[in-house]
Design a protein around this ligand. Structure first.
Ligand code: GA4
Length: 330
């Protein structure tokens, strides 16, 4: 596995922890092995040499920046974010809060063109920017899922990407804006070891979907948790994408991959903007371990459920809940 030395961090026990960086231009058999290894070890990796156009990224970034620079009253016209639109500080329906504002959109083109009217003075420009970005990041997600299929030697290597290619796919796009923010005086310092000037922008959680494709500007703040519960800061890279394993992929692989817990801290000096494509199947599709992943030695760990049932459970719990526990067998 290629591990960028600039990303190496030493823990107290002096174990080197590095975020895997995967070069998508490398030879296919090696590439699929590295993707599976990164999904197993971290549920998280960075991809370089991807095929998403620079202009697709910068156009959406400009549209996002233009929206967040509007007055609060103008922005609130695009809200609330339940289910889709503009949200400020509230995350989800159960009282979770963070130091951020955001746009949450369904990837269905009709929903986007409808929502764009309240978001932008040039709705066609905004919806084109969003649709182009979604198309490109969906392709990247499918490429990664096909590599997973190859690496796991699935009979149908496209079986995972098929889940998100469907026109009824419930995939989402989120643009988060973390204003530059110094921690409030009443902040609990135990939460912030080593980051005493930052506040929590988005609290610890895993993503419920199959895969998340994340990209941010060059401002740090994202942290991921290793399997042993150690928080590692992710050095930002505005040219590249980060990939996260979500809860649904944990179930599909019968626990061979684990969804990555992550959080975002604010930066006391600069504002951060991140964009996430959350790859999900249609609402009525079943999420159940792939047959190849279930053997007499590895019996199925989860009860079967539909994506709609899982979403319902996720939205009934707090952000940081271990929601997969509800679907574990035994
Ligand atoms: C986390 C991943 C995505 O941002 C999101 C979030 C959603 C929301 O902000 O509305 C949730 C959160 C996310 C998981 C648990 C529920 C739902 C907030 C929350 C408390 C859009 C998603 O799909 O799940």
């Amino acid at each position: 596995m290629v591990v960028a030395s600039s990303m190496m961090i030493r823990t107290k026990k002096t174990k080197a922890v590095g975020i895997p960086t995967i070069d998508l231009s490398m030879e296919r058999a090696e590439l699929s092995k590295q993707v599976v290894k990164a999904c197993e070890e971290y549920g998280f990796f960075k991809v370089v040499n991807h095929s998403v156009g620079k202009e697709v990224i910068s156009t959406l970034e400009e549209q996002g920046a233009e929206f967040f620079s509007k007055t609060a009253a103008e922005k609130h016209r695009a809200g609330p974010a339940t289910p889709f639109g503009y949200g400020c500080r509230n995350i989800g329906p159960n009282g979770d809060m963070g130091d951020l504002e955001y746009l949450l959109l369904h990837t269905n083109p009709l929903t986007i063109s409808d929502r764009s009217k309240t978001i932008s003075n040039d709705p066609i420009k905004f919806s084109c920017a969003v649709n182009d970005y979604i198309e490109s990041t969906r392709e990247l997600a499918c490429e990664i899922l096909d590599l997973v299929g190859e690496g796991l030697r699935l009979q149908d290597k496209y079986s995972l990407s098929k889940l998100i290619r469907d026109v009824q796919s419930d995939s989402l796009l989120r643009i988060n804006h973390y204003p530059q923010m110094v921690k409030p005086k009443s902040w609990d310092p135990s939460l912030m070891k080593g980051n005493s000037n930052s506040s929590i922008g988005f609290g610890e959680h895993s993503d419920p979907q199959i895969l998340t494709i994340l990209r941010s500007n060059n401002v740090g703040g994202l942290q991921i948790s290793t399997h042993d519960g150690l928080w590692i800061p992710v050095p930002p890279d505005s040219n590249e994408f980060f990939v996260m394993v979500g809860d649904a992929l944990q179930v599909l692989t019968n626990g061979r991959f684990t969804s990555v817990r992550h959080r975002a801290l604010t930066n006391p000096l600069k504002s951060r903007m991140s964009m996430m494509y959350f790859a999900a199947p249609p609402l009525n599709w079943w999420i159940t371990p792939l047959s190849k992943m279930v053997t007499p030695h590895n019996p199925t760990l989860y009860k079967p459920f539909t994506w709609a049932q899982y979403k319902q459970a996720a939205y009934s719990l707090r952000l940081g809940a271990s929601r997969l526990d509800l679907f574990k067998l035994q």
